[in-house]
Write a protein that binds this ligand. Structure first.
Ligand SMILES: [Zn+2]
Length: 125
């Protein structure tokens, strides 16, 4: 396996992945507590974390990403560690990136308690 998209396809879907990693059960299309910023647990209890078929979005901390970026932000590990851990956890053949694919795919910026994911190649979270 040498493509990040193959890894993504081998992972559980966004809903199952979220439940397995954070124990957050998703119901319908409603908003959930954000595992990163804790939206929904503070005084006003506003849930702001939405789970879509291929992405997560939190309207409180502005996190936007997929299973891989959520894993990184939630566990505080870098991209290489995340790939290695996910391959092990889900019995996925190791991902071997070719040199051209080793360049940074995205950055995680920390701003206080908030994370911001910047994807190179266009999409901004
Ligand atoms: Zn959040």
């Amino acid at each position: 396996m040498n493509d990040i998209n193959e890894l993504k396809e081998a992972l559980p879907g966004t809903k199952d992945f979220l439940e397995e990693m954070c124990g957050i059960k998703t119901e319908g299309n409603k908003a959930h507590h954000c595992p990163l910023c804790g939206s929904g647990t503070k005084m006003n209890k506003t849930s702001a974390f939405f789970v879509y078929d291929s992405a997560y979005k939190c309207y409180s901390c502005d996190f936007w990403g997929d299973q891989i970026t959520l894993y990184m932000a939630y566990n505080g590990v870098d991209f290489a560690d995340t790939v290695a851990r996910l391959c092990q956890e889900y019995n996925i053949e190791d991902v071997n990136f070719t040199p051209t694919k080793k360049k940074k795919l995205f950055d995680v910026q920390e701003d206080g308690d908030n994370y911001k994911i910047i994807l190179y190649g266009g999409e901004i979270a």
